[in-house]
Structure formats: C-alpha cells, structure tokens
Ligand binder design. Structure first.
Ligand SMILES: [Zn+2]
Length: 157
C-alpha cells in the first residue's frame, strides 16, 4: 500500500463525519399503527381463544382449568383481559415485548382459569360471579376522610 497516512486519516475523518451526520439527522416519527383488533371482545374471540387453548373442566381429566364462554360477565376477567389485549396490541412487531406479553398472559390466564378463579363456578354454563362479603363500615371509620393513623397525636379536645 502506498497511501499516504495523512490522506488515510483525512478519508476516515470524512467518513466518520458523514456517518455522524446521518445518525444525527432527525428520524422519521413512526405513525401509530391502527389496532389489529377493534375491541377486547374481538381479540378474545379471534386471537386469544385460538392461541391460548387449554383442556378445561368439566370435560377433561385435568380439573384445574376453567373457562367461561361468557367471560365478559366476570368483572375480573374484563379487567385482566382488557389489559392483556392492550399490552398485546402495543407489543406487535417487537419480539422482546411479545415475550413479556406471554409471561403476563401466563400469569393472568392462570389466575382466571384456576380452580379457585372467577370461572370456577361456570362448569356447564355461566354462573353469575360471587362477590366478597363486606360488612357495613363502622361509624368510627366514617368521621374523617382517612383511616386513623397510629402516628397521629391524640385529639386534645
Ligand atoms: Zn361465567
């Protein structure tokens, strides 16, 4: 090679300047993609029901999995599946985000489908969801906006 070291350095500096300028150029903003599914109802029927199938009670040996075809009648299922749908939409085209989605889906679907989950009473057909029993709030808790705090000094009345 007979190239002058000074010319090589100048060529490299010029190349680096071009690359730096290219990287500094404002990137085109990505247009938000329209959702794949129009609603959580469409997503559950067209996507989730196809990719997240499990053998479910009562027609199976494994009695831990429960599902309700009227899932939308269960407030807990509405909440969890709506968030899973939104997460799934946002993760489209991003392998790392989809991997995180699968982990979240495994967690929430296990809660929904468990033998103690919201679908556990819907064995042959939908059964209206139960609710936790809650006693009437005692008057002593209704006097202020906040529950009593142990750090609060006693009233000096
Ligand atoms: Zn049900």
């Amino acid at each position: 090679m007979s190239a002058d070291p000074a010319e090589l350095v100048a060529a490299l500096v010029s190349e680096i300047a071009k690359l730096t300028a290219a990287n500094a150029a404002p990137k085109e903003k990505k247009k938000p993609q329209p959702p794949v599914c129009e609603s959580v109802f469409e997503w559950v029927a067209d996507y989730l029901a196809n990719v997240y199938w499990r053998p479910t009670a009562p027609s199976m040996q494994q009695r831990d999995n429960h599902w309700c075809s009227a899932w939308f009648e269960h407030p807990e299922a509405q909440g969890r599946l709506n968030l899973l749908w939104k997460f799934w939409e946002a993760a489209q085209g991003n392998d790392e985000a989809m991997l995180r989605w699968w982990k979240e889906a495994d967690h929430h679907m296990s809660k929904l489908m468990s033998s103690t989950g919201p679908f556990s009473l819907c064995t042959k057909k939908h059964a209206d969801p139960e609710r936790l029993k809650v006693d009437a709030t005692p008057a002593k808790f209704l006097q202020g906006d906040d529950p009593p705090d142990d750090d609060d000094p006693p009233d000096e009345d």
